[in-house]
Design a binder for this molecule. Structure first.
Ligand SMILES: [Zn+2]
Length: 55
């Protein structure tokens, strides 16, 4: 049961870069997401990597 709870918690607490599919914990700040996008995908829009940042 503990494992099931843990997997659910992790599953709902995860961010994923939509370009390279790298995952980040949900507490990753917007700044860190932007840094990832700029470092790894300079040609891609940050919102292409992390659509959740778009308000
Ligand atoms: Zn990426």
């Amino acid at each position: 049961m503990v494992f099931i709870i843990d997997s659910l918690t992790l599953g709902s607490c995860e961010l994923q870069c939509k370009v390279c599919m790298q995952t980040f914990i949900c507490t990753t700040s917007e700044v860190k997401c932007r840094e990832h996008a700029e470092a790894k995908h300079p040609k891609a829009d940050v919102y292409a990597c992390f659509p959740h940042l778009k308000k």
